[in-house]
Design a protein around this ligand. Structure first.
Ligand code: G3P
Ligand code: MG
Length: 252
């Protein structure tokens, strides 16, 4: 019985890579996740000015690089000149904002599965984002089951269902809405990803009864989600996958 508990406890996705140990959404953070033995990384993808899928969370480059301005207003060549690591620590000055193509290449080599969050800010074009991402995925020759799309934007997930129907889809919600099941059916979802702080036991039960995978973001201390495992939550999307590995080491 104790062994079963441990098995559940270690199911984690490295949120933006192992983002407590290396600058988020960089190849260094993804390599760190691989070194920790994570199965999954989560990445945020949006388009550059010249419509290249880039891996970066914020609308602007200001917080996570030495540059400034909106990602959507900077071309790939400009984005690639930025230092995306120094803000986190001197050891990471070589880091650049990765493209989706570079990230998928690293993931493939290191046997990492990738949760691709389709990141849409106001003014972004859903169709172009989905088409460009779809093209990169096809070129990457990744195995479909190694990838998962997630988004707060249901239209983006719907478009991906048409473009890459074989790749599974997860609906992101901060708080799960009352009409969740109808929405999930609409996009033939595989999973629901919600903020752990707002999930209730009843919502978890309903989703599990309907056979959806249930993921929580972003509990950075295992103790915050002790009860969630009992509710049937399948995976934690966390900045600190190493904290969950420590639990395994202790329990075994
Ligand atoms: O996948 C969960 C999480 O990434 C969603 O929120 O803002 O960190 O992209 P955010
Ligand atoms: Mg994200």
């Amino acid at each position: 019985k104790a062994q079963q508990t441990v098995q559940k406890t270690i199911k984690t996705t490295a949120h933006r890579g192992a983002s407590s140990l290396a600058p988020e959404n960089t190849l260094a953070a993804f390599m760190k996740a691989a070194e920790l033995g994570c199965d999954w990384i989560e990445i945020d993808v949006q388009l550059s000015l010249d419509k290249v899928p880039m891996v970066i969370h914020d609308r602007t480059v200001d917080r996570c690089s030495n540059g400034s301005g909106a990602v959507a207003e900077l071309a790939l060549s400009s984005l690639k000149q930025l230092d995306a690591g120094q803000w986190f620590g001197q050891a990471f000055t070589e880091e650049r904002i990765p493209t989706l193509a570079e990230t998928l290449c690293l993931a493939k080599k290191n046997n990492l599965k990738v949760n691709i969050e389709l990141k849409l800010y106001p003014q972004d074009d859903v169709q172009v984002l989905c088409e460009r991402i779809s093209e990169v995925i096809t070129e990457s020759q990744c195995i479909d089951t190694q990838l998962l799309f997630s988004s707060f934007n249901a239209e983006a997930l719907k478009r991906m269902q048409n473009l890459q129907p074989q790749i599974r889809r997860g609906q992101l919600w901060e708080k799960i809405p009352t009409d969740a099941l109808a929405n999930l059916k609409e996009i033939d979802a595989y999973s629901v990803h919600c903020d752990y702080r707002f999930l209730t036991e009843r919502q978890a039960q309903q989703l599990k009864q309907s056979d959806y995978q249930l993921y929580c973001y972003t509990p950075n201390q295992p103790a915050l989600v002790e009860q969630h495992w009992g509710w049937g939550v399948d995976m934690m999307i966390t900045d600190k996958p190493q904290a969950y590995r420590a639990i395994l080491a202790y329990a075994s």
